[in-house]
Write a protein that binds this ligand. Structure first.
Ligand code: CA
Length: 240
């Protein structure tokens, strides 16, 4: 009988050498780990036996990693670390708002994968904190406890990472956060390859909330100006 408290990870990868190397390493780290060789098998597995995290290769036979990720998000919101073949693929996925919790480009070191997985699991654990943080800025209303962002045209749907990024910047209330700081706060690590991940997510956030909300401080990082704890006074016919 396995210990039901152990963290369960599913590795979805069609290359057996990579799949087995990753599985063996994760088992060595104490994770209960199984392999699915394609998307259909992965979704069937997760339906049968929910897992705590999925390591998901982008390039799979049959339904690809993007679609698998979307379907995983639509179910019980299973955390995903996505494996890609190139950095520009990662940028593309972030741009599409695929919503994986982190991305790692092949070839990667097993040690880095384990560090990313642990960081994602920590973030997911930390998420349902009861906090009343609520901010208004740039025509948006961000409510931390419900993880909602509402703009003039209604709710704006952000991926979990996009939301965490916007919240980190809003919470700094005008202070400039550099990429390292954002990596630490949002992704839970600071190692080198993450800087372009920050930039790609900033672009994705801007596409959804508007270009002017997040200010680029060249050579330093990003900031959000004009953050308040109360709704701004409305003009026109609003009597409140
Ligand atoms: Ca593959």
């Amino acid at each position: 009988m396995s210990d039901t408290n152990r963290t369960r990870i599913l590795v979805v990868e069609d290359e057996p050498m990579i799949a087995e190397a990753v599985r063996d390493r994760l088992r060595g780290e104490g994770f209960e780990t199984e392999i699915a060789a394609d998307g259909e098998a992965a979704l069937a597995y997760v339906d049968r036996a929910p897992v705590d995290l999925v390591v998901l290769d982008l390039g799979l036979p049959g339904i690809d990693g993007i679609e698998v990720c979307r379907r995983l998000q639509g179910r019980r919101r299973t955390p995903v670390v996505m494996l890609t073949a190139r950095d520009d693929e990662t940028d593309m996925l972030i741009g599409l708002g695929v919503g994986a919790d982190d991305y790692l480009t092949k070839p990667f070191s097993p040690r880095e994968l384990v560090a990313r997985i642990r960081a994602v699991l920590r973030r997911v654990d930390d998420r349902p904190r009861t906090e009343d943080d609520e901010w208004w800025f740039g025509g948006l209303h961000l409510h931390a406890a419900t993880r909602r962002v509402v703009g003039a045209d209604g709710e704006i749907h952000l991926t979990p990472t996009e939301f965490d990024l916007l919240r980190a910047l809003a919470g700094a209330r005008g202070a400039v956060l550099d990429r390292r700081n954002l990596l630490e706060q949002v992704w839970g690590y600071t190692d080198g390859s993450g800087h372009r991940t920050v930039d790609s997510h900033i672009r994705a956030v801007r596409r959804k909330v508007g270009d002017d909300v997040v200010r680029t401080v060249h050579g330093v990082g990003y900031a959000i100006d004009g953050v308040t704890n109360r709704p701004p006074a409305t003009s026109g016919g609003d009597h409140s």
